[in-house]
Structures are given as C-alpha cells and as structure tokens.
Ligand binder design. Structure first.
Ligand SMILES: [Zn+2]
Length: 383
C-alpha cells in the first residue's frame, strides 16, 4: 500500500461575512476534495501541542509524528539543515527574515516578497560588516543567521507583529546584544543600497533590515523509515518543510517552478508527486499558497489557492490508487492574518467511509474519525 498526504498550508479558516457566512474552504469550488469526503471519511486533528506557538514547523512535525515536546529546537536549525549548513556543536541557527520597517513599525515581514537574488546581494553586503556571525541567503525573504557558541534568545516571529511597533518585540536574553548589533548594521547597510533603490523605483517595498528569530541548535530525529518501516519523501518549496524532511531522513524531491508563493506551478507538483510515489511508500506534498493568502488577508486569493490545491488533489485522485489524505497544518484565518491553534479538518480516502459530503471545517467536525492528536496521524493512516 502507498500513501500520499496533501498538505494545504493554512487552508483552514473561519466563517466570513463576505462569503455569506461560509469559510474559504466551504466557499471554494473543491469537487475533488468533496469527492474524497463522499467516498472517504473526515475528522479533526489537533496539530499544535499546548505551550507551542501555532507555527508551520510545529504543526508539520506533529503531523509527521515527531512530537515537538521531544524534538523541536527552533525553526532556524530546521531551515539550516534544509540548506545543507552543517551546524557544529554550540552553533545556534536563527531564521533571519528580510523585513520592511517604517517609522518603527513592522510594515512587511517579507520585504515585499523580495526575490532570492536581491536578498542574496543584500546579504553579501551585510556579511562583510558582521563577520562574527554567519549569514546565508535562502529563498526570498527566508534567510539564515548562525551564531557560533550562541546561547539562544527570545524574539517574536515578524509575521505576528505586522502593523505593530517593533520596539516591544526585539530579541531578549542570551544572544540579544549581538543580534541587535547585527540588526542595526543591516539598517545602515541596506539604507540607500542599490538593490533597495531599484526596488523603490519599481514601486516595491525595500528591505530595511533583518529580523532574526526562532534560533536553536541542530535537532536529532529518529529516521522516518525506522519509525514507520516506510520510505518517505517530501515535496515542498519551503526550506522549513525540507529541513524537517532531511532531519527525518526522508527523500527531498525538488520541483522546478515551485516557488512557495501564490504563483507556484501546481501541475508540476502533481506530476512530480505521481512520479516520486512510484519508488516511495509515502509522500508528503506540501503547498504553501493558502497560508500566504491568509497572511495577506486576501479572501479571493485564498479561495483561488484552495481551488488550485483541489486541482492537484484531482490529478492525484485520477492517477493513484493508494491511501490519500488532505489537510491543512493549522488555520491562517483571513480575520487575523496569522496562524491559530484550532484543530484542523482532514479527509482520508481509503480508510472507510462516513456521511460527510464536503470537505470543510464544519463537516469534518462531525466526521466519523473524530478528533485526533496529530502525532498519531500517520500511525492511524498506516494501520
Ligand atoms: Zn503552516
């Protein structure tokens, strides 16, 4: 038996007045997910354990069966592993966003979804000024900062403070003094940088500085194949997910044209998934777009992103006869533009049927599979 999980990041939401009291998942035309609900069964999943932030890292680790209480050391180290950065003992890796701050307010946690090449140019200019840390450019605004012999520090994810004054959310404790110096240097180096001058001329948001957060040492996971007795693979455009997969010893399948943003190549993801599952037992197909639309607070874009996820579900349904599950990792409600910790709906085809007819938050709440803890999800699927 083979297994595919399609993960629509941040796909769950709340009923919205502008959608006539329906959620984006209810409003979107999702014939394929609905077909799964009709021929399969639904339930709800608790993906965020108590005491953890509602992050994609926490949620996706949980869904893959790695209890965050045991294995989570931060988002930074997961992304470092994904980028092939060998973290030594004593290294603390921070996720390091390029951000837009204006008048002391966090305007954009992504610096206008700056391109990878612009980000990498800014990072090489900044590297020369702060040789005491290691900077590594990643995809778009998602970069990395490594402190050698670091002690960690507390800071807030920048996507949680959009529109707020940053002064109350700066890094505290441990490496904070060093991080603040690096942030100050970034503001100096980026002001008037040719990359930003060109962005401003093009009417785009400049990257005014860096924002390090969620640092930690390299985690150590039991390997997926030993844990479940199955060869697993991951398709995702997001470093974080690939980092989790690499820590778990899963195969990482990269898909050309997968951007991790709204314009990602959905058909290519479906094709690569179908190809990969021929030699794997399990595939995790992660699609970031609904989450990005949620962070933007853009209802229409979120509905479109969900419909595109549904088209991938359709491609898989037509060409795959194993067990298929579809779910979000957490809600990213339009109303709050950030992640929440509410349980998420899931639908499974190939593990019995119930009376659900549509895949939605509401109907899944009444599904026969009940509410499960995410860390048990794959064991349930494989049972
Ligand atoms: Zn997520």
């Amino acid at each position: 038996m083979k297994y595919i999980v399609i993960l629509g990041d941040g796909m769950a939401d709340e009923p919205l007045v502008q959608l006539g009291g329906r959620t984006p998942l209810e409003y979107a035309k999702t014939p394929n997910m609905d077909r799964m609900a009709q021929n399969g069964a639904c339930g709800m999943l608790r993906t965020i354990p108590d005491g953890f932030e509602a992050g994609s890292d926490i949620a996706n680790m949980s869904i893959l069966g790695y209890a965050p209480e045991k294995y989570y050391t931060g988002r930074g180290p997961l992304e470092a592993v994904s980028m092939g950065i060998g973290l030594e003992s004593g290294d603390v890796a921070y996720r390091c966003n390029l951000v837009t701050v204006e008048d002391g307010v966090m305007v954009d946690f992504s610096a206008g979804h700056i391109s990878s090449s612009e980000g990498s140019t800014l990072f090489s200019s900044l590297s020369q000024e702060i040789p005491e840390v290691m900077l590594r450019a990643g995809v778009s605004y998602r970069n990395l900062l490594v402190v050698h012999q670091g002690t960690g520090s507390t800071s807030t994810p920048p996507h949680d403070i959009v529109g707020k004054k940053i002064a109350e959310y700066l890094p505290e404790g441990g490496d904070a003094a060093l991080l603040l110096r690096c942030m100050g240097k970034s503001t100096e180096v980026f002001a008037g940088h040719p990359v930003n001058a060109a962005r401003l001329r093009a009417g785009k948001r400049p990257a005014t500085g860096i924002w390090p957060w969620s640092g930690g040492p390299r985690p150590s996971f039991p390997q997926f194949e030993e844990k479940y007795g199955k060869k697993g693979g991951m398709i995702s455009a997001v470093d974080l997910l690939n980092g989790i997969a690499r820590c778990a010893g899963m195969e990482i399948i990269s898909v050309p044209g997968a951007t991790g943003y709204l314009d990602t190549d959905y058909a290519a993801k479906g094709r690569y998934a179908l190809d990969a599952i021929r030699h794997l037992d399990f595939l995790y197909l992660h699609i970031e777009a609904p989450d990005e639309a949620g962070h933007l607070g853009d209802v229409e874009e979120k509905v479109r992103a969900i419909e595109r996820v549904d088209s991938v579900v359709g491609m898989i349904l037509e060409n795959f006869d194993g067990v298929l599950a579809v779910l979000p990792d957490h809600p990213t409600p339009i109303s709050v533009k950030t992640h929440t910790r509410d349980p998420v709906p899931f639908v499974v085809l190939g593990k019995g049927t119930d009376s659900t007819e549509h895949f939605s938050e509401r109907e899944a709440g009444e599904g026969s599979l009940g509410t499960k803890s995410a860390v048990d999800f794959l064991s349930f699927l494989f049972s």
